[in-house]
Design a protein around this ligand. Structure first.
Ligand code: ZN
Length: 104
């Protein structure tokens, strides 16, 4: 069911058509009419994806010891990779900061 109503755009304050969809845009300025609801929806979708990805290698009660070990090692490697990336990023940031201090 599509219900069309008129609402005032939160960005440019002109009256615009609103169909109740989260991705409805203002006909005047083209901005999303429900920015907060839209970003919340995107956030929800991303969280769901993350959770699904995490659950993929989650250890289940019915798993064999070998399977458990495999999943545990895989998850450890994955998290290690994440931290290694974080350390490299931090290191590069500090390096750039030091270089800019030396140059200035
Ligand atoms: Zn607008």
């Amino acid at each position: 069911m599509t219900q069309i109503s008129e609402i005032r755009c939160p960005h440019c304050s002109t009256w615009t058509m609103w169909q109740g969809h989260i991705d409805d845009r203002c006909i005047n300025c083209g901005e999303f009419l429900e920015t907060r609801r839209f970003s919340r929806e995107v956030e929800k979708r991303i969280n769901k994806q993350l959770k699904a990805e995490y659950d993929y290698f989650s250890i289940k009660p019915g798993d064999t010891p070998f399977r458990r070990l495999f999943k545990f090692s895989f998850n450890t490697v994955r998290w290690s990779m994440y931290y290694v990336q974080l350390v490299i990023f931090t290191f590069v940031t500090i390096l750039i900061f030091v270089i800019s201090l030396l140059a200035g």
